[in-house]
Write a protein that binds this ligand. Sequence first.
Ligand code: SF4
Length: 65
Amino acid sequence: MAKIKYKVKIDKEKCIGCGSCVAVCEGNFDMKDGKAIAKKAVSDLPCNKEAADICPTQAIILKKA
Ligand code: SF4
């Protein structure tokens, strides 16, 4: 199956630092100063989508790259 490449952006204003994105997608998310950061701005990990779906504030914006 072809992997989808995403551009991953996190809206820092919306992020409440819950850590859910890191829990489901440690491969591309980390916490810094209480907010989520994307390890890679462009990533083909399928769990990016899971992280965006689970984020309670819709702070993770994915665009196909
Ligand atoms: Fe922030 Fe959303 Fe990640 Fe929670 S799941 S840390 S609100 S980006």
